[in-house]
Design a protein around this ligand. Structure first.
Ligand code: GLU
Length: 284
């Protein structure tokens, strides 16, 4: 009899600061669910943003995770080591005519959206949808701007992409099929300036390459699942099951941030907390 492959879970932090109780909850929940399912748990270091990621944060993260009791399979996947793979799938999207070069800086993009007036829509994270003109440029205009060597990001032509993919849903644990509409996000950045990728593109490729079948992550990323399902569909990648968990909040009811040193695992460890204390602090 053929045995099915074991489920694969992953924890995917970005080394932009120290891990806090919210990360501990996500990591320990992934560990618990992987153990219950007889599955594997992988670590992925999401370090494509070289301006914010630091090797010392990665080292501290690995130390905190080992201390928490996570046994991590080696080698660990580091996004910064896979630019060529991201470039290859970016080329696939270019070949399908689904991305366009975009030359506006963050400040210019904000001004372009502001010029559309107060009713201009925002994405689920509250950022105004991209309102720049490049999607409607002729090929000649795009080539000319590219040849001038301007700083370029690549954006998804969302209306075209959503039409090509058709209606989308994702499988959410304990809920079932959830209908989603990636058009809520507008023309998202697929490759940042100076890179061949973005969070959205890397995450879908990495989950496929690593054979991830179960994505367990915070509810702050739930809305982004629409973009991930769109890219998985366009790039013919497998569909994982998702579980979006609640966030650990601070005393004022706000989401924890890596800047909030008091809640960092390093600080709690220094104050004498044990891994068991951390698990009970996050309700596991
Ligand atoms: N790297 C992301 C973060 O630290 C998580 C990405 C994901 O789980 O899809 O928030």
């Amino acid at each position: 009899m053929m045995s099915a492959d074991p489920p694969v879970f992953r924890f995917a932090p970005s080394p932009t600061g120290h891990l806090h109780l919210g990360h501990a909850y996500s990591a320990l929940l992934n560990k618990q669910l992987a153990e219950e399912a007889g599955g594997r748990l992988l670590l992925r270091i999401e370090d494509i943003d070289t301006s914010r990621c630091r090797p010392e944060y990665e080292a501290a993260m690995l130390d905190d995770l080992a201390w928490l009791g996570l046994k991590l399979e080696q080698p660990v996947r580091r996004q910064s080591e896979h630019q060529e793979e991201y470039r290859a799938i970016l080329e696939q999207l270019k070949a399908k005519g689904l991305v366009y070069p975009s030359f506006a800086s963050r400040a210019e993009a904000k001004a372009l959206a502001g010029a559309r007036g107060p009713d201009w829509p925002t994405d689920p994270d509250g950022v105004p949808l991209y309102a720049g003109p490049e999607r409607d440029w002729s090929e000649a205009q795009k080539v000319e701007a590219l040849e001038q060597g301007e700083q370029v990001a690549w954006r998804l032509d969302m209306l075209k992409a959503a039409e090509m993919a058709g209606p989308l849903t994702w499988k959410e644990a304990e809920e079932g099929e959830v209908a989603c509409d990636p058009r809520d996000w507008g023309d998202v950045v697929i490759a940042r300036v100076g890179s061949s990728t973005s969070y959205h593109l890397s995450v879908v490729l990495d989950d496929a390459v690593q054979g991830v079948s179960h994505i367990v992550r915070g509810t702050d990323l739930r809305a982004a699942t629409a973009v991930h399902r769109l890219l998985q569909t366009l790039l013919d990648l497998p569909q994982p099951t998702y579980r979006h968990h609640g966030l650990v909040l601070d005393e004022e009811g706000s989401k924890l941030s890596k800047r909030d040193g008091a809640q960092s695992l390093a600080q709690l460890r220094a104050e004498g907390a044990t891994p068991t204390d951390i698990a009970s602090m996050v309700g596991l």
